[in-house]
Design a protein around this ligand. Structure first.
Ligand code: GMT
Length: 368
């Protein structure tokens, strides 16, 4: 099939899922056309079936706001005509689904039929989409899509609660490429980070408010009071600066490292004993799944889809948002020598439910 994929090209989960899906589909012989304002970060290897189409436009002085959605729509029409696209798979409702719907109507007028699969990823529904000014456009885009998917059951329910849409929503969870996300022998690296065999805790995010990164620091301080521990923060974003500053005011700052954005996250996860993700809302939590695939148990909140990924008492523990006392208590329980290896094994075992090879045929069937 000829498939157009619309996504954000950044490190965010929706862009990662869209790109990894496109790469896997290309391996199976589909022609995949990515349409975005930059080359997606994970689109890093050549494949004869992978193409990238950059959305570009000149900003005219009259425009206070750049008309990205219009430029995107024109690009979709152009690519669909030139490359005979059968399906558009749009990741993240705003503005991708709306642009796809408009493009579909333009193409219909000139006798070209195209189908739209819209995948909801999270903040397009839980934060941004709920904004009253976006709601009518998001609802309309869902109604006009041929297939709507959501990455968790929780996101599906939240979509029904907040939008004027009562059509079908198929849950297709995030997935992992286990060839990449695997515990690797990195003992030399562990010795550098934790020379005295301290426990290693990792947090990965885009440091947005919704991730509640200060809670990670609170939990870490409570743990570090009890057992020798090192904390690694991966990623970057608006809150990073203030958290680094806050951290510097504590004694245990010497045990905390802010690594910034990292490509080989799986190598760092390979030396970790625990992953913390205390998000206010999280439709799935791809970062937690990546940790579990590398045999790292998870301390998370019970918000959104996190409890579908991190099974309470099995792969880690879940807590109410902000309950850092319970998170620290649960973390200390997991990190006990007699418990740790079992939590690690169960985290890995549950992660295997989200194999790329299992999810890929589900999307192929939806396209058909
Ligand atoms: O987590 C983010 O802030 C990035 C965001 C995105 O849209 O790129 O991630 C969302 O989509 C991911 C892939 O489906 C999910 O695993 C994340 O849980 C979800 N983030 C939130 O709901 C906050």
């Amino acid at each position: 099939m000829n498939i157009g994929i619309l996504c954000y090209p950044t490190y965010g989960g929706s862009g990662v899922i869209a790109t990894e899906l496109g790469k896997a589909l290309a391996e199976k012989g589909h022609k995949i056309h990515f349409i975005s304002y930059n080359q997606p970060v994970r689109l890093d290897a050549f494949n004869e079936n992978l193409f990238f189409h950059e959305v570009r436009f000149n900003n005219y002085p009259l425009f206070k706001y750049a008309p990205y959605e219009t430029a995107l729509t024109s690009k979709i029409v152009d690519v669909a005509k030139t490359h005979n696209l059968d399906v558009l798979h749009v990741h993240y409702a705003i503005p991708h689904a709306a642009a796809a719907v408009m493009a579909k109507n333009i193409l219909k007028r000139i006798g070209i039929k195209i189908k739209i699969v819209t995948t909801l990823h999270g903040t397009d529904i839980t934060l941004v989409g709920k904004d009253k000014s976006f709601e009518p456009v998001v609802s309309h885009s869902l109604i006009e899509s041929d297939v709507v998917t959501a990455v968790s059951n929780s996101l599906k329910l939240e979509t029904y609660e907040n939008f004027s849409y009562d059509g079908d929503i198929q849950v297709v969870p995030n997935f992992i490429d286990f060839q990449r996300f695997n515990k690797q022998p990195k003992d030399h690296f562990k010795k550098i980070i934790a020379p005295n065999n301290e426990k290693v805790i990792v947090h990965t995010s885009n440091f947005r408010k919704v991730k509640r990164v200060p809670d990670v620091l609170k939990v870490f301080r409570k743990i570090a009071k009890e057992i020798p521990t090192k904390m690694l923060f991966i990623g970057d974003g608006p809150e990073r600066n203030s958290i680094e500053k806050e951290c510097m005011s504590y004694d245990m700052c010497k045990d905390v490292t802010f690594l910034g954005k990292q490509e080989a996250v799986e190598e760092i996860l390979s030396i970790a004993d625990l992953f913390i993700i205390p998000s206010e809302t999280e439709s799935f939590g791809l970062a937690a799944l990546e940790a579990m695939a590398c045999e790292v148990p998870v301390i998370s909140t019970n918000s959104g889809g996190l409890k579908e990924v991190n099974i309470d008492g099995v792969t880690g523990f879940t807590s109410d948002v902000g309950d850092t006392d319970k998170m620290a208590k649960d973390a200390l329980h997991i990190l006990k020598e007699e418990n740790l290896s079992q939590f690690k094994a169960l985290a890995k075992m549950h992660s295997l439910k989200f194999k790329l090879d299992t999810i890929l045929p589900i999307y192929e069937k939806l396209y058909q």
